[in-house]
Design a protein around this ligand. Structure first.
Ligand SMILES: Cc1cc2nc3c(=O)[nH]c(=O)nc-3n(C[C@H](O)[C@H](O)[C@H](O)COP(=O)(O)OP(=O)(O)OC[C@H]3O[C@@H](n4cnc5c(N)ncnc54)[C@H](O)[C@@H]3O)c2cc1C
Ligand code: FES
Length: 317
C-alpha cells in the first residue's frame, strides 16, 4: 500500500517498512487485501480491518481510514537534514541520553522546531536503517535535540549507539512527526504515564508546561521494571519545583532492593490514582504496546472516554 500511495504522490506515515514500528497503522473499511507477517505484540485490530500499510497488499480498490488528517500527508519525499552528536551519556542501567546539534541549513534554518511530544527519525550513518525517537527537550532556536534511548540487546540502532557512536559523528534526521501532543485547550487535570523511555515525550510536555508555569493539576507516573533503570530523577525534582500542582509516582515493577515507592506497573499505579476519585483526567501515555493496552483497559473500566486518552507506542519489538 505504501508503494502504491507513493506512486500516486502521497507519502503516508511509515518508518521501518517491515511491520515492526507500528507507525503505518490504519483501518481498511472496504476492499480485499492480504496481510504479511508483523512483529509479535504489534497493536493492530485485524478483526475490524486494522492493518499495517507496509504489510498490506491490496487485492482490489481499498477504502482506508488514516489516523491523521489529510493535511499531514506529505506530497513529496521528506528531505533529511544533518545533525552532529554533541553528547552521549548513560542514563540508568540500560539507556542513554543522546544530544544532537542540528546542522544549519540555508532552506531549513538552524532551529529545532517541533511540538513537545513529537518524534524524529534518526539514521545510522552509512546505512539505510532509521529509527524513531521522541524529543525529551523543548523546541529551541539553537538546534539542540535531546533523546532518551533504551538500549535493546541485539537491536541495530542500540548496538550502533553502544559500540560505535561517538561525539562529533554526523547523523541524518527526518521530521518532526507525530500527533502525540498536548491538548492545551482542555481544562481537565492531566495524567502523564511514561514507561521506560516512553518518558521522553512526556518529559518534553512537562518541560513545556513548566516553562509556562501551568497551574492545572497533573500527575506523572513513571514506570520501570527495576529501580536501576530509573533515570532523570534530578529533572523530575526540577519539574516538581516548577510545577507545584504536579504529583509524581515512580512505579517499579520488580524492585531488586529496598524500594520504598510504589511497587507494580505504571498501569497499576494509574488504577490506584483513579480509585481515589476526583475529576477524570486527560491521559497521555507513551511506552510499549502492553503498557498502552493496560492503561486503556484501566481507563475504560473507570469510564474515561477514548477521546481523553492520547497515546504513543514505541514499536512492537
Ligand atoms: C513513534 C516512536 C517513538 C519512539 N521513541 C523512542 C524513544 O524516545 N526512546 C526509545 O528508546 N525508543 C523509542 N522508540 C523505539 C525506537 O524507534 C526503536 O524501535 C528502538 O530503539 C529499538 O531499535 P533498535 O534498532 O535498537 O532495535 P531493532 O533492531 O529494531 O530490534 C528491536 C528488538 O528486536 C530484536 N530483534 C531484531 N531483529 C531480530 C530478529 N531478526 N529476530 C529476533 N529478534 C530481533 C532486537 O534484539 C531488539 O531487542 C520509538 C518508536 C516509535 C515508533
Ligand atoms: S512502517 Fe509499517 S510497521 Fe513500521
Amino acid at each position: 500500500m505504501l508503494d502504491a500511495a507513493e506512486a500516486a504522490g502521497l507519502y503516508l506515515h511509515a518508518m521501518c517498512r517491515e511491520g515492526t514500528c507500528g507507525v503505518c497503522h490504519a483501518h481498511v473499511s472496504e476492499g480485499r487485501y492480504t496481510h504479511g507477517p508483523i512483529a509479535e505484540g504489534a497493536l493492530i485490530d485485524a478483526q475490524s480491518g486494522g492493518v499495517l500499510l507496509c504489510r498490506c497488499r491490496p487485492q482490489s480498490d481499498l477504502l482506508i481510514a488514516l489516523p491523521y488528517p489529510l493535511a499531514d500527508i506529505h506530497r513529496q519525499p521528506i528531505q533529511p537534514r544533518g545533525a552532529t552528536i554533541v553528547e552521549l551519556a548513560s542514563a540508568g542501567s540500560d539507556a542513554v541520553v543522546l544530544k544532537l546539534a542540528v546542522t544549519p541549513d540555508a532552506k531549513l534554518g538552524q532551529a529545532a522546531d517541533f511540538v513537545p511530544g513529537q518524534y524524529m527519525e534518526v539514521g545510522i550513518p552509512g546505512t539505510t536503517i532509521r529509527r524513531a525517537y521522541s524529543m525529551a527537550n523543548l523546541p529551541n532556536w539553537d538546534g539542540q535535540i535531546e533523546f532518551l534511548i533504551r538500549l535493546k540487546p541485539g537491536g541495530a540502532f542500540s548496538s550502533w549507539l553502544a559500540k560505535q557512536a561517538r561525539v562529533g559523528d554526523k547523523v541524518e534526521l527526518r521530521g518532526p512527526f507525530g500527533r502525540f501532543v498536548l491538548d492545551e485547550s482542555s481544562t481537565r487535570p492531566r495524567c502523564f504515564i511514561g514507561g521506560g523511555c516512553g518518558f521522553a515525550p512526556v518529559l518534553s510536555m512537562l518541560r513545556h508546561l513548566a516553562e509556562f508555569q501551568d497551574m492545572q493539576s497533573s500527575t506523572l507516573i513513571f514506570g520501570v521494571d527495576r529501580e536501576d533503570e530509573l533515570f532523570a530523577t534530578d529533572v523530575v525534582k526540577e519539574l516538581q519545583a516548577a510545577l507545584p500542582m504536579l504529583r509524581v509516582t515512580v512505579a517499579v515493577w520488580h524492585p531488586q532492593g529496598a524500594w520504598h515507592g510504589f511497587v507494580g506497573t505504571a498501569a497499576e499505579a494509574f488504577a490506584k490514582l483513579l480509585d481515589q476519585g476526583g475529576e477524570q483526567p486527560d491521559v497521555y501515555v507513551c511506552g510499549p504496546p502492553k503498557l498502552l493496552d493496560s492503561v486503556q483497559s484501566v481507563a475504560a473500566a473507570h469510564g474515561i472516554p477514548p477521546s481523553q486518552i492520547f497515546t504513543e507506542h514505541l514499536g512492537a519489538a
